[in-house]
Design a protein around this ligand. Structure first.
Ligand SMILES: *[C@@H]1O[C@H](CO)[C@@H](O)[C@H](O)[C@H]1NC(C)=O
Ligand SMILES: *[C@@H]1O[C@H](CO)[C@@H](O)[C@H](O)[C@H]1NC(C)=O
Ligand SMILES: *[C@@H]1O[C@H](CO)[C@@H](O)[C@H](O)[C@H]1NC(C)=O
Length: 415
């Protein structure tokens, strides 16, 4: 009975725990505006992202005289007939999906189709296609809702059907968040590994172990850039660590104070982190950069903490204190020495080596060490020599009342 009760409580705890984890993960996923899983997305004229990834490859057909025109969404445009098919260009990820004007909400360009008899058309790209995406159905009211259709096609008359213009009505996906376009975050002044064009790149949209920073790495510098005209929208970053305790994070640099980054002068966000509590799972550092009028920039850095790290600050502080004390000692000694020397030369009238402070003491020590206990003849002679030298020196000194005192001070052995 009690075992069953325990198992019951255990599984309840497990259930609650996994529910909590799920909630956390969902929160993580909802936060960052991650780069869509494909290049089939577009920004509307107010910078909101619209992701058409689920439409990739979806075919739309239009019957013409003797052939069918087929648009495979975000893939290619081709003309099919009994004799085969002619390629009218393929979709490429480099900015060929843009917001439109007039009756088209968005415009897609397809390039590099078949060359035959179109060798000299438009930059030698061969056949090309332009697909006008219309979110509100065709101009004549057809194809509202549903899976959409091709309203109309126009073959460009200048060159013999080297370019085709297709009006395509499809229900547009739900308008996504407003993206702060042009904003980048990277590990170098001109790189964008973490955030590109306002979109958080794969690996940083939530904490990934594979993208984590090692235990040994104690600091990190991130460079941020923004379009100059929009740079004043960028605000101070907010840092959150999960779990809250165990990883100490400090931010500094121009990016941390909220200075405006531009493309020419990126701002720096320096992150210093230190492991207080070791863990098997990396810590998640949630970095949020609020942007006025836009969805905030949000990304996650994963940090490993395999072992506890010493307080580097204290260690450095110890050395700093030692340095200052040493410095003070040297300065103090010099001052003492000079002061003593000046005092002895000026006030006591001593000269040369004798005027050095502590010389009496030093001589005494030397004498003791060299074994000169009580007046040895050699030591006496040595002393006499100095004394006589001092006396010989004396006459050149100004004062005449002092000479008598000098010999009395010269008894080095008498401490
Ligand atoms: C990350 O930090 C931001 C700003 O403090 C917060 O709004 C958001 O909820 C955090 N994300 C997660 C997953 O906790
Ligand atoms: C933006 O596009 C919408 C439809 O796609 C249009 O109604 C609106 O006038 C456009 N705004 C500007 C400023 O071009
Ligand atoms: C199809 O396109 C042609 C050329 O632009 C135009 O004259 C015609 O009215 C269009 N038809 C429809 C139904 O939109």
């Amino acid at each position: 009975m009690s075992t069953r009760y325990h198992i019951g409580v255990c599984s309840l705890h497990l259930l609650l725990f996994s529910a909590l984890i799920n909630v956390l993960l969902q929160a993580v996923e909802m936060n960052a505006i991650a780069v869509p899983s494909s290049s089939c997305y577009v920004f509307d004229n107010s910078s909101h992202i619209i992701d058409f990834s689920s439409w990739i490859g979806h075919p739309f057909e239009y019957e013409e005289k003797g052939s069918d025109l087929v648009v495979q969404f975000c893939k290619d445009v081709e003309s099919r007939s009994q004799v085969g098919y002619v390629d009218f260009g393929r979709f490429d990820k480099f900015n060929y999906f843009v917001s439109g004007s007039g009756h088209a909400d968005f415009v897609q360009d397809y390039y590099n189709g078949d060359l035959t008899s179109c060798e000299h058309s438009y930059d030698k790209l061969g056949r090309t296609a332009q697909v006008n995406v219309m979110c509100r159905g065709c101009l004549n009211g057809q194809c509202k809702g549903g899976l959409g259709c091709i309203c109309n096609i126009t073959h460009e008359s200048s060159c013999r059907s080297c370019t085709v213009i297709v009006d395509l009505a499809i229900p547009c996906e739900i308008q996504g968040p407003r993206v702060f376009k042009g904003f980048t975050v990277g590990f170098h002044p001109r790189s964008w590994e973490i955030v590109y064009n306002g979109l958080t790149q794969l690996g940083y949209e939530k904490p990934h172990r594979a993208f984590s920073f090692s235990t040994e790495q104690t600091s990190l510098v991130l460079y941020m850039t923004a379009i100059a005209s929009l740079s004043s929208f960028v605000q101070k970053p907010i840092i959150q660590v999960f779990p809250e305790n165990g990883l100490e994070v400090k931010v500094s640099g121009s990016g941390a104070t909220g200075s405006y980054p531009t493309t020419l002068s990126p701002s720096m966000l320096m992150i210093d982190w230190r492991c207080d509590i070791a863990r098997d799972v990396p810590y998640a550092v949630n970095v949020t950069i609020p942007v006025a009028d836009y969805e905030p920039i949000n990304f996650f850095l994963a940090k490993m903490c395999e072992k506890r790290q010493d307080v580097q600050g204290d260690y450095m502080q110890g050395w700093a204190t030692f340095g200052i004390l040493s410095c003070l000692f040297i300065v103090g000694s010099s001052l003492f020495c000079c002061g003593g020397f000046v005092y002895k030369t000026q006030v006591q009238g001593q000269r040369g080596i004798d005027a050095l402070p502590g010389m009496t003491l030093l001589s005494a020590c030397l004498e003791t060490v060299s074994g000169a206990g009580h007046s040895y003849p050699r030591a006496e002679g040595f002393n006499d020599a100095i004394v006589s030298e001092a006396s010989w020196d004396r006459p050149s000194s100004s004062s005449s009342s002092r000479p008598t005192r000098i010999p009395s001070e010269k008894n080095y052995g008498s401490i």
